[in-house]
Design a binder for this molecule. Structure first.
Ligand code: LCV
Length: 261
């Protein structure tokens, strides 16, 4: 059921989805995550052959990632918690149609994974990209990390995970994460629609098959997620005092102080 965090516009065989919760920097609450998945399914059901995902023109933040107010507080068992953004990412990654991310503004945390999972990325040259779990003390899922590694060179992925500092759109372009850099919001829209229109004139079954093949060849299967050692490392972060400190610090608008336990 749509909650109004997103709108969809259909033209020909293309659906353009716009994130419209700028007041919360398009952070992904459970409701917005569900709405995105539902909207993508509707686009597919309506016969679209490509989808553009964008924010409203002129925003400073494309998306601030997971809605931090919905992360578990630390006084509840995080292992019993359902990570709604991670669940959304599974559906986005399995989405069979070409997904074009039209990026303007800062892209943070889980939203950065969303951009990495898109098939084509067009970005305003002032955009930035940051992978932020080390600022919050959370452990990132194996499936999520595999999506970063499918898009980024390994040393860059490590630098981004370890520093949590944003990189520029130009750097992202240099690494091949961004397909096209554009100078303004009009050009962003135009370039995305041009790409989507061309894609929608090509053979849909060929594209669907190519996308599935590329996903299968660039992303590992379930076995990595099931590693007991990795699971134990993730659990030790989720149950740590540092995780509680990271979330508290965001809410108190201060820098976190991590003790490593
Ligand atoms: C809820 C928010 C958020 C937000 N959630 O504006 O990848 S992981 O592991 O890190 C994963 C768990 C994840 O994705 O976590 C989220 C990662 N995201 C971040 O670290 C970015 C968090 N946001 C920020 O650092 C700032 O908001 C930026 C730098 C993006 C923009 O700063 P600015 O001063 O322009 P505000 O911080 O004032 O944000 C405007 C409103 O949006 C809320 C924030 O609490 C504020 O709400 P109020 O107006 O009610 O105070 N907001 C921003 N990000 N991720 N809420």
């Amino acid at each position: 059921m749509a909650q109004g965090f997103l709108t969809a516009q259909v033209r020909g065989h293309v659906t353009e989805v716009t994130m419209r919760n700028a007041a919360k920097h398009n952070s992904f609450s459970a409701a917005m995550s569900t709405e995105l998945v539902d909207t993508l399914r509707e686009a597919q059901g309506a016969g679209s052959r490509a989808v553009i995902l964008r924010a409203e023109p002129g925003v400073k933040v494309w998306s601030a990632g997971h809605d931090i107010s919905e992360l578990p507080d630390g006084d509840q068992d995080p292992l019993a918690w359902t990570n709604t953004l991670a669940a959304m990412m599974e559906d986005v990654a399995a989405f069979p149609l070409p997904l074009i991310a039209a990026v303007e503004g800062g892209v943070w945390g889980g939203a950065c994974e969303l951009v990495m999972a898109a098939d084509i990325v067009v970005a305003h040259e002032a955009s930035t990209f940051a992978i932020t779990p080390a600022k919050l003390g959370v452990a990132y899922s194996s499936a999520g990390i595999s999506r970063f590694l499918a898009a980024l060179p390994v040393h860059i992925a490590k630098e981004m995970f370890f520093t949590a500092e944003p990189i520029s759109a130009q750097r992202a372009y240099d690494f091949g994460v961004v397909n096209h850099l554009v100078a303004d919001a009009d050009e962003l829209e135009l370039r995305c629609w041009q790409l989507a229109d061309v894609i929608s004139q090509r053979a849909p079954l060929t594209i669907r098959s190519a996308k599935a093949e590329i996903q299968a060849m660039t992303l590992p299967g379930e076995s990595v997620n099931e590693s007991a050692q990795l699971r134990s490392l993730r659990d030790s972060a989720w149950t740590s005092e540092d995780y509680r400190e990271g979330v508290r610090a965001f809410k108190e608008r201060r820098a976190p102080v991590f003790g490593g336990k």
